[in-house]
Design a protein around this ligand. Sequence first.
Ligand SMILES: CC(C)(COP(=O)(O)OP(=O)(O)OC[C@H]1O[C@@H](n2cnc3c(N)ncnc32)[C@H](O)[C@@H]1OP(=O)(O)O)[C@@H](O)C(=O)NCCC(=O)NCCS
Length: 99
Amino acid sequence: MKLSDSTESDEGIADYYEEVLGRRWLLSKRKIGKQLISFVEKHAQARGYTEVELNVNRRNPAYYFYLKSGFKVHQEINIPYHAYVLDDYIMRKTISLQN
Ligand SMILES: CC(C)(COP(=O)(O)OP(=O)(O)OC[C@H]1O[C@@H](n2cnc3c(N)ncnc32)[C@H](O)[C@@H]1OP(=O)(O)O)[C@@H](O)C(=O)NCCC(=O)NCCS
């Protein structure tokens, strides 16, 4: 996940989040995903950001989790990666001061 106009230290938090989600360390349906999203949003808000962004593969069921978490599809993107193409959505969520 990336924060708009993010700095190197923000990327550290974002990388940590991505590492945890991406490596399937989570046990499903335990609200851990929801808590991680909330953690990132609070961090972003504290730094004055108003939007967060992530990439998810278009066939990943996690897409529905992100929709439920308030993200919207911003763009479809096909990223060449060695012999493959990563067919992703870029999803964004506006974070309000009340969150
Ligand atoms: C996607 C993932 C992060 C969700 O985390 P989680 O801890 O299972 O989700 P939560 O328990 O916090 O669920 C929050 C809400 O989203 C819903 N939800 C979670 N996964 C869902 C899915 N695949 N489809 C639809 N809804 C889903 C839950 O039912 C819950 O709804 P509720 O608040 O009405 O009860 C987790 O399943 C995971 O790690 N998946 C494998 C790795 C992966 O693909 N990561 C994404 C990389 S881009």
